[in-house]
Design a binder for this molecule. Structure first.
Ligand code: AMP
Ligand code: GLY
Length: 419
């Protein structure tokens, strides 16, 4: 079986390695891939947004299944292009990917189907004056969000109205390129965040094991927002009671809404949640696997991932039983010097060959040059371990992290610590 994975991050490494765990005979291609996928699979030198080239590659190489990792090609309509070429592809189509491509689209959907979420107002560029007035009607802090894709940087939590006004002006002055024609002003929600990824097959929605992500760069949630510096699974904040509430108040209305809006959603739906004593509220939808949640979650998967992908594509998820290891996992991200503001590249990585055989090492911003693994900027590696308890997994993963070295390597030391 020939499988193409589109992307180059730790998430795509985890998808590839998990497929291989159940399908050792599969032939894996990763476009464009990273230093780790170069050593195990075949990297394909095509960027994630070169949709025509990817379609042609899949046709020319008899690819049986393509899995799309990042949001950019999904929002551009890569799934529609593959389907038009009669190719099997895992991911939501362009219409469904608007849930990540437009925050306003998601808020309209959530409100229409009575799904708990923060109160909000939307403004277009022409309504800047109204937006500047409206921001002062919210309590502080107030959240201002660019409507479109902004590489995770389009959300500003303003501690003062002046900060909120600056955010509005910056978004409308095109700071986030195409993301700034519209913006959402939103009530700030207190609580604990959780990531709930779900498989969707067009008519049903099935949650994966729960996870938590650490978004800030430094220990104790200090420093800047990042793509995610680590995570663990399962997430104890999602108790059985909370899960029942999520199913009733969020998942069931989502499926009803998809049906009513004639959205044929097939793929992963990542629901960002804020949970307080009253229950869960939706912060956002993403239309793809999370990074690094995927590294924590898929390391615990005990069902063939390709079977699940096929079930999502063919509307037969009900016939699949998702099995998870009872052991918790902890994932620590090792990032390059300066991340997330700047990022250093081309530094030699040492110690990777000293890791235990049962450690999951997922490459992200790495590259293979003359048989040497070098950093390629940003988040470089994600290391995951399972343990009998969260604490054991946490101790085991940090023991492995200590064996890896590259100049400027930075990581959080509090991942998996319940404080
Ligand atoms: P989003 O891309 O919409 O998930 O926003 C990114 C991050 O900003 C979230 O993971 C939260 O940490 C934070 N955030 C977004 N919206 C809110 C909100 N309404 N209240 C509190 N925090 C928020
Ligand atoms: N870890 C958050 C995300 O993938 O968006």
């Amino acid at each position: 079986m020939n499988i193409l994975i589109v992307g180059n991050g730790g998430r795509e490494s985890a998808i590839a390695d998990t497929i291989k765990r159940f399908r050792p005979e599969a032939n894996l291609f990763v476009a464009p891939g990273n230093g780790g996928t170069a050593t195990k699979y075949t990297n394909v030198d095509i960027a994630v947004n070169e949709i025509k080239k990817l379609v042609n590659f899949a046709k020319d190489n008899a690819i049986d299944l393509t899995v799309i990792g990042p949001e950019e090609p999904l929002v551009l309509g890569i799934v529609d292009a593959f389907q038009e070429a009669q190719l099997n592809v895992f991911g939501p189509n362009k219409a469904c990917s608007t849930f990540e491509g437009s925050k306003d689209f998601t808020k309209i959907f959530l409100t229409k189907y009575d799904i708990p979420t923060a109160k909000y107002l939307t403004f277009t560029k022409e309504e800047e004056a109204k937006a500047l007035e409206a921001v002062r009607t919210f309590s502080l802090p107030v959240v201002v969000k660019a409507d479109g894709l902004a590489a995770g940087k389009g959300v500003i939590i303003a501690q003062s109205y002046e900060e909120g006004e600056t955010a509005i002006r910056e978004i409308f002055s095109n700071k986030f390129k195409g993301a700034g024609d519209k913006l959402v002003i939103e009530e700030f929600l207190n609580g604990i965040e959780a990531s709930l990824l779900c498989f969707v097959d067009g008519k049903s929605i099935v949650p994966l094991a729960t996870a938590r992500d650490y978004k800030r760069a430094l220990d104790h949630d200090g420093g800047l927002n990042t793509g995610g510096m680590g995570g663990f699974s399962p997430n104890p904040i999602i108790t059985d009671k909370v899960m029942i509430q999520i199913e009733k108040e969020i998942l069931e209305p989502i499926i009803q809404g998809f049906k009513a809006e004639e959205l044929d959603y097939r793929g992963i739906l990542f629901i960002g949640l804020m949970i307080d004593e009253k229950g869960p509220k939706v912060l956002e939808f993403n239309v793809r696997f999370g990074d690094p949640e995927t590294q924590s979650i898929l390391s615990r998967l005990e069902t063939d991932l390709v079977d699940i992908f096929h079930a999502c594509m063919s509307g037969t998820l009900g016939q699949i039983e998702l099995k998870w290891s009872s052991k918790p996992s902890v994932t620590v991200v090792l990032a390059s010097r300066g991340y997330p503001e700047t990022s250093e590249k081309d530094v030699v990585i040492n110690g990777l060959d000293t890791l235990e055989a049962d450690t999951y090492l997922y490459h992200a911003g790495s590259k293979l040059v003359d048989e040497q693994i070098l950093t390629n900027g940003g988040r470089v590696l994600a290391v995951t371990r399972l343990g009998d308890t969260l604490e054991q997994a946490r101790n085991a993963v940090y023991k492995e992290v200590m064996k890896i070295h590259f100049a400027g390597m930075q990581y959080r030391t509090d991942i998996g610590k319940i404080e």
